[in-house]
Every structure is written in structure tokens, then in C-alpha cells.
Design a protein around this ligand. Structure first.
Ligand SMILES: C[S@@+](CC[C@H](N)C(=O)[O-])C[C@H]1O[C@@H](n2cnc3c(N)ncnc32)[C@H](O)[C@@H]1O
Length: 154
């Protein structure tokens, strides 16, 4: 486990305070666009548990919106892209994926569980990270102030 994974509760508290905004926004986006495959990116995901915890909440929120709007259609699948700098310990997150998938199944009482595909997308968010028009929803928590380089504008 990385240091950040052990010491990320402050970041979790901050994220929990604003999470309703993220969840309402993704629900609105889903209602308006209803993609069959929803692509979501977390910029500055780090190596701790917070990223997968937020992803789980997003999936629950989209499922709720789906059941309200189009209950007779299949759930969308989710493609999740986890971004951080190349030096980030993505393996730490990957090791917790079996537990994450178990929790997802538990969230649905082992019924109606969507397909969720998780991949890393290493790189700096100061540059281009994704191909054109491929991501529906991008969020970032406690990262944009965590500057990995100083930008000086003269
Ligand atoms: C405080 S951690 C936040 C982690 C996570 N979002 C959370 O809420 O627990 C900030 C993360 O932003 C990443 N970061 C900083 N600058 C970055 C950049 N230019 N591109 C991508 N990630 C960056 C850092 O590597 C670090 O993992």
C-alpha cells in the first residue's frame, strides 16, 4: 500500500462534501445523452482508495437515473479511465479491482450489475490525454491545485 493510500482521508472528506455536485451532473448528462457505453475519466486519481470509491458512487447514481428514465432497457456499460502522472502507482489500484467488482455486485444484490471496464491513462493533464470526442464525463478531485509543474506567465 502506498503512503497516499494510507493517508487519503482528508481528500476523501473534501470529495464527499462536493460529491453531490459530481453525481447530479453525471445523472443529468446521462438523462440527456443516454449513451450505451459511458466513458468517464478521473484526472489525478492517485493510488489510494478514493478514486474507486467515487467511481462506485457514480455508477450507483447513473443506475438510479437509468431505472427512472428507461427501466426496460439494458444498463449502460462503463469505461473508466484513471489518469495520473506516469510515476503514479497504478498497480496499487489494480490490485484492489477484484474487491471493487465484488462490491459492485453486492450493491446490486448480485442482480442487475453493469459491465465496468477500468484502464489507466498515464500522462499529465497539462497536455492532451484522450482522443477527440471519446469521453463523456471528466472529473478531478483534490488534484488541480496539486501542481506538478509551475506555470509562469509573464
Ligand atoms: C492529492 S492527490 C488526489 C488524489 C485523488 N484524486 C483523491 O481525491 O484522493 C493529487 C494527485 O494529482 C496528481 N497530479 C498532479 N499533477 C498532475 C498532472 N499534471 N497530471 C496528472 N496528475 C497530476 C498527483 O500525482 C496526485 O496523485
Amino acid at each position: 500500500m502506498t503512503d497516499f493510500a494510507r493517508n487519503s482521508s482528508v481528500q476523501k472528506k473534501a470529495s464527499d462534501k462536493t460529491k453531490h455536485i459530481t453525481l447530479e451532473t453525471v445523472q443529468q448528462l446521462y438523462k440527456e445523452t443516454r449513451p450505451k457505453s459511458l466513458k468517464i475519466a478521473d484526472l489525478g486519481c492517485s493510488s489510494g482508495p478514493n478514486t474507486l470509491s467515487t467511481i462506485r458512487d457514480i455508477i450507483k447514481a447513473v443506475k438510479f437515473a437509468h431505472h427512472l428514465e428507461i427501466p426496460n432497457q439494458p444498463l449502460p456499460e462503463f469505461s473508466i479511465l484513471l489518469n495520473d502522472l506516469p510515476s503514479n502507482d497504478f498497480n496499487s489500484i489494480f490490485k484492489s479491482l477484484p474487491d471493487f467488482h465484488t462490491k459492485l455486485k453486492r450493491d446490486t444484490n448480485y442482480g442487475d450489475c453493469p459491465s465496468v471496464f477500468i484502464a489507466a491513462n498515464p500522462g499529465s493533464f497539462y497536455g492532451r490525454l484522450f482522443p477527440e470526442k471519446t469521453i463523456h464525463f471528466i472529473y478531478s478531485s483534490f488534484s488541480l491545485h496539486w501542481l506538478s509543474k509551475v506555470n509562469i506567465y509573464i
